[in-house]
Design a protein around this ligand. Sequence first.
Ligand code: NAD
Ligand code: ZN
Length: 259
Amino acid sequence: MSDILQRDVTTAAALMRAAQKIVVFTGAGISTESGIPDFRSPGGIWSTYNQDDLTYQRFRSHEKYRKIYWEYDRARYPAMRDAAPNPAHRAVLEIEKSGRLLALITQNIDGLHHKAGSSPEKIYELHGTVREVTCLDCYRRWPREKITEEMDREGIDVPYCQHCGGPLKCATIAFGQSLPPEVLESSFDHARNCDLFLTVGSSLVVQPAAMLPVEAKRKRARLILVNLSSTPYDDIMDVILIGKAAPTMEALMDEFRRG
Ligand code: NAD
Ligand code: ZN
């Protein structure tokens, strides 16, 4: 590790020790080292499926699009089902165990924070979860495996609700679908109430989630960013640690423990 990075790690760890109410905000970058591919990389799922076919509006509009959606969803799922949390997810758990975690807000749908052992009541999944399926009309929910096992057994391409007949969809937020208002509201409340906002593995381009650190800053929280690349909000960060999430979070936690 370079001297500059070590100095930044020391500064970030000191900010964490001084904080009492930390919000951790995670994006797809925290899970790439767990082997969950970025959807947009070449050879990834985006090269097989057209994003326009996967919008919420198309899903609602026609059986044909619901079929495409379910094919896509079932293609992306095994990588998430089989993935294990990495040291960066475990670092977030350690922050919780230190008693400083106010909330863990994630854009991820992979459930890896749950698998790592973070408390479910601390986790706000802005984009929903692949672990469940929901009816779009009556909002009942089921464990995903229950529905996909039925689909396999009965040879069903598109599942419908046994209670109301509404279409069933993975409980993630599709393009064009609004974010769950209560999750969004709580996330912004926590961002406004924290004294430290730590972003890990997010490009901070997907709105409105990217406004969370801005809101935290407006209320005078300190901001740390751990990411491989720069973001549109680098200038408001107090400390930026450029690097892979797993080794960087490990280094940060080593320093945090030392203090
Ligand atoms: P994103 O906008 O959250 O950006 C990912 C960021 O992580 C990038 O800036 C990249 O430089 C950085 N990054 C990649 N690997 C990293 C690593 N090892 N360590 C640190 N940083 C790393 O994510 P996106 O791929 O543009 O996807 C947007 C949305 O798609 C997400 O918000 C999410 O809802 C969904 N998505 C979810 C998952 C998942 O659940 N694991 C995976 C892909 C996409
Ligand atoms: Zn229903």
